[in-house]
Write a protein that binds this ligand. Structure first.
Ligand SMILES: [Fe+2]
Length: 287
């Protein structure tokens, strides 16, 4: 078996010290940090999670709104936090907590219009990873979280430096520059390196570090892993017109699916237009 990590460039390894660009970063919502820490334990009482969410009225209201939304297709009204957790399941609650928290984290930067594409692209990658997961035999909720967090480094950079990051997008887009190269020129880190450092400070499994650090690298020989699934989801977002910038080397929907293992490819039956319509409507839900 080939060790994928050792095949990759050493520049992608996370720095031990915080990159200067991430110093004094606004904090993630406290509720998210507390919940993620609790949800990372092997045994968790639903009532414990319920209490944590219940003391945050804004968050509790949002969770109930989501549990009752058509997105989750519930046939009965969900009135309590514990009921919402039981119906949705802890993994889905985790995905909702993360999505809402990241949305709150990036909200101040969304005043810079060009940055909205970054948040929408994070959501698109999450939804597409979730859609790819059953065909690849992996947990859709974990795939969603991996897709959502893949660009956490970009979200952090644009929250800390909204206007400069908007300029990075403009310069890269106008000149067809590689976005990660432009990030490194301005911030001394690209969003994969920044994200890898950040994710190490959070209670996530090591697999997510691999996803965040390496999701732009073409798969090499070896077993198909979550980082490869997220790589495909990222390229699919581009192919469906949901990328941050127009890709320098555009690939069509079917071209991207060739990166899936043959068995997974034969199980993935989505019409590109239908898939894009679904992703668009789910992005609207969170936006
Ligand atoms: Fe990325």
């Amino acid at each position: 078996m080939i060790d994928l990590a050792s095949e990759r460039g050493s520049h992608k390894q996370p720095a031990a010290k915080a990159p200067w660009a991430l110093e004094k970063l606004p904090p993630f919502p406290v509720i998210a940090t507390r919940l993620l820490h609790t949800l990372s334990k092997p045994y968790v009482e639903i009532s414990e999670i319920g209490k944590m969410i219940a003391v945050e009225p804004v968050f509790a209201t949002r969770l109930l709104q989501m549990a009752n939304s058509p997105l989750f297709g519930m046939h009965q009204q969900v009135k309590t936090i514990s009921h919402a957790i039981m119906i949705l399941g802890l993994q889905r609650v985790k995905a909702i907590v993360l999505t809402r928290s990241l949305g709150d984290f990036v909200a101040p930067a969304m005043k810079v219009k060009a940055l909205r594409a970054c948040w929408q692209n994070s959501l698109a990658g999450a939804i597409l990873a979730e859609k790819l997961a059953p065909a690849c035999g992996v947990d859709p909720d974990f795939a969603y979280v991996a897709g959502l967090l893949r660009d956490i480094g970009r979200l952090a950079l644009l929250v800390k430096y909204p206007q400069p990051y908007g300029n990075v997008l403009a310069v890269s887009g106008e000149n067809a520059y590689d976005l990660m190269t432009t990030e490194r020129e301005l911030f001394d880190v690209d969003h994969c390196q920044a994200g890898a450092w950040l994710i190490q400070t959070m209670p996530f499994p090591p697999e997510l570090l691999d996803v965040v650090a390496h999701h732009h690298e073409k798969p090499v020989k070896g077993p198909f892993q979550m980082v490869h699934l997220v790589h495909v989801a990222d390229l699919l977002a581009d192919a469906l017109g949901l990328g941050v910038l127009a890709p320098i080397d555009p690939q069509g929907f079917d071209d991207v699916l060739k990166y899936l293992p043959h068995a997974a490819r034969s199980r993935f039956h989505f019409d590109p237009e239908d898939l894009k319509a679904e992703v668009d409507s789910r992005i609207q839900f969170w936006d």
